[in-house]
Design a protein around this ligand. Structure first.
Ligand SMILES: [Fe+2]
Length: 448
C-alpha cells in the first residue's frame, strides 16, 4: 500500500507513464496504401494450387484446391506423419465461366474423422506439394484470429506474416477477400497468395460486397466465383446458402454464426428463418459463447459506409439480443472500432460487444474519418484507422480475451486488449436459475 509520502511519487510516475504511452502513440505515422501483390503459378497445369481448408462438423476438414489440368482427380491423401498417407478421400469439383474467363478445376474434398489438436500431413490430386494443418481443439481454450477486408497487397502480406508469428486455431474472416472486382485472375492470385496460411489452419469466411461481382441484366449471377472457390459447410447447419451458416468449435463451447449482409434478411427471408431456427437450437448451458460475423457493421462512427448496415440491424438485432449473443464482428470499414455492449443504439449490459475489424490490408487504403458527433460516438470505446488483426482467445466458459494488434510493418503492436464475460452466465441478463412459475418459463421460451 502507498504511504502519503509515496503517493505524489506514484502519481508522477503514473503521469509519466501516460505521457510516454501518448508520445509512443503519436510517433506512429499512418502508412499509405501499398501496391498489389500478384502471385503467379509457375508449375505444371496438373500441379495443385490455391490450397485452403475449412472445418466441417466437429471432426472433419474440407480441402479446396485448383488445377488448370481438368484430368487431375479430386483426391486428398493424408496421415499423421510426413509422407505417410494412411487415409485418402475423394470429393467433387466444379468450374465456372465469367465472360471471357474460364476457371481451372476447383476441387472440394472432405476428409475425416480427424483427431482434435492434431497435425495432419496431406497431398492433393495424387501429386504435388505436401501440406500440413492442425485441427481445432475439442474443448476450450480456443484461439481465433479475426481479420476482415483482406485483399492482396504488401500490407496484407505484412499482416498475415504477423498473424503467423503466434499460434492460433482458426481464422474467421467477415468478408471482402481478394478484391477481384470482376477481374477473375485476381481470385487465382489471391488463392496462391493466402495458401501458405489457409492450408495450415481452417479459414471460415463470409461474404462481403466485393464478392458480389454481378452487373444488372448482363450478369453473371452474384457470388459466382465466391461460391465456387470458397465453399463453406452451410449444409451442416441446415442453411440452404453458402452466404450464411453456423458451426460449433471446441466441442460446442463456441457457436459461430456467419451471417450474410448481401443475402435477403427481411421478415420472410430464408436467412431470417434459418437464423431463428439456428439460435433456437443453441443450449447456452452447453454453449457459453455465441459469436456472430457479418460484413457491413451495424454500429459504425466512421464516415466510410455510414449507415449501410442499418437495414440489417433493424431486421435482425432483436434476434441476436434475445439470444444473448456475446460478440458481433464486422468488416467493410477499413479501420478498427470497438463499442461498449450495445443494443438499439444504447448501452446495454445484455447486448453484444460490436467490433469492426475491416483492416486486413486491402488496396483501397484506410478509412480515417471518424465522426466525433456521431450519435453512437459516446459508446465507441476504441477506434483507430490502421491495418492489423484481432485475436479472440476463449479461455473458459466465462471469460475470453479480445485483442487488436496494429500492423506496424515488421512489428505487431498490441493496441486494444479487453476481457469479455460470457452473457450466458450473467444472472441479470438471463432468467433466474431453478424452478420458475410456468408463466415465467413460458414467457422466457417465447422470447427465445
Ligand atoms: Fe466491403
Amino acid at each position: 500500500m502507498a504511504t502519503k509520502r509515496q503517493t505524489p511519487v506514484l502519481v508522477l510516475a503514473f503521469g509519466l507513464l501516460i505521457c510516454t504511452a501518448a508520445a509512443d502513440a503519436s510517433k506512429f505515422v499512418r502508412p499509405p496504401s501499398r501496391p498489389l501483390v500478384t502471385t503467379l503459378h509457375s508449375k505444371a497445369d496438373s500441379h495443385p494450387q490455391q490450397v485452403h481448408i475449412s472445418a466441417v462438423g466437429m471432426d472433419g476438414m474440407a480441402i479446396s484446391y485448383v488445377t488448370e489440368d481438368k484430368t487431375v482427380p479430386s483426391l486428398v491423401e493424408y496421415g499423421r506423419a510426413p509422407g505417410k498417407y494412411s487415409h485418402s478421400a475423394t470429393g467433387e469439383s466444379t468450374s465456372y465461366k465469367f465472360f471471357f474467363y474460364s476457371s481451372g478445376k476447383i476441387h472440394y474434398v472432405r476428409i475425416g474423422p480427424l483427431e482434435p489438436t492434431t497435425v495432419y500431413y496431406y497431398r492433393c490430386g495424387g501429386a504435388g506439394d505436401e501440406f500440413s494443418f492442425k485441427t481445432p481443439p475439442a474443448a476450450l481454450p480456443v484461439e481465433f484470429v479475426v481479420i476482415g477486408d483482406l485483399g492482396q497487397t504488401e500490407w496484407t502480406a505484412a499482416t498475415l506474416a504477423q498473424v503467423n508469428r503466434s499460434d492460433y486455431d482458426m481464422l474467421l474472416l467477415p468478408g471482402d477477400l481478394p478484391y477481384a472486382d470482376m477481374h477473375q485472375p485476381r481470385w487465382d492470385s489471391f488463392g496462391r497468395f493466402v495458401e501458405p496460411y489457409a492450408s495450415r489452419r481452417a479459414w471460415m469466411v463470409t461474404e462481403g460486397n466485393h464478392e458480389i461481382e454481378s452487373l444488372p441484366v448482363v450478369g453473371p449471377r452474384p457470388f459466382l466465383a465466391y461460391d465456387a472457390r470458397w465453399r463453406m459447410p452451410y449444409g451442416e447447419s441446415s442453411s440452404s446458402s453458402n452466404l450464411y451458416y453456423s458451426f460449433d468449435v471446441a466441442g460446442g463451447s463456441v457457436h459461430v454464426l456467419m451471417l450474410g449482409s448481401y443475402a435477403e434478411f427481411g421478415p420472410s427471408s430464408d436467412q431470417r428463418r434459418w437464423l431463428e431456427a439456428d439460435l433456437a437450437k443453441v443450449d447456452r448451458s452447453r454453449t457459453p459463447w455465441l459469436v456472430v460475423l457479418l460484413h457491413a457493421p451495424w454500429y459504425n462512427t466512421n464516415s466510410a459506409h455510414q449507415g449501410e448496415g442499418e437495414e440489417m440491424r433493424k431486421a435482425l438485432e432483436e434476434l441476436l439480443y434475445r439470444a444473448r449473443v456475446d460478440i458481433v464482428f464486422a468488416g467493410h470499414v477499413h479501420a478498427y472500432e470497438r463499442f461498449k455492449r450495445i443494443y438499439d443504439n444504447a448501452a446495454d449490459p445484455c447486448g453484444p460487444l460490436h467490433v469492426t475489424i475491416g483492416d486486413g490490408g486491402n488496396r483501397e487504403g484506410l478509412a480515417d474519418n471518424f465522426q466525433r458527433q456521431h450519435k453512437t460516438a459516446p459508446l465507441s470505446e476504441f477506434r483507430e484507422a490502421s491495418f492489423g488483426h484481432g485475436r479472440l482467445r476463449v479461455v473458459n466458459g466465462t471469460h475470453a480475451r479480445w485483442s487488436w494488434h496494429r500492423n506496424d510493418d515488421s512489428f505487431s503492436v498490441l493496441r486494444d486488449d479487453v476481457w469479455v464475460e460470457s452473457l450466458s452466465r450473467s444472472s441479470s441478463c438471463n432468467p433466474p436459475r431453478g424452478p420458475s412459475p410456468p408463466s415465467a418459463a413460458a414467457a422466457w421460451s417465447d422470447e427465445l
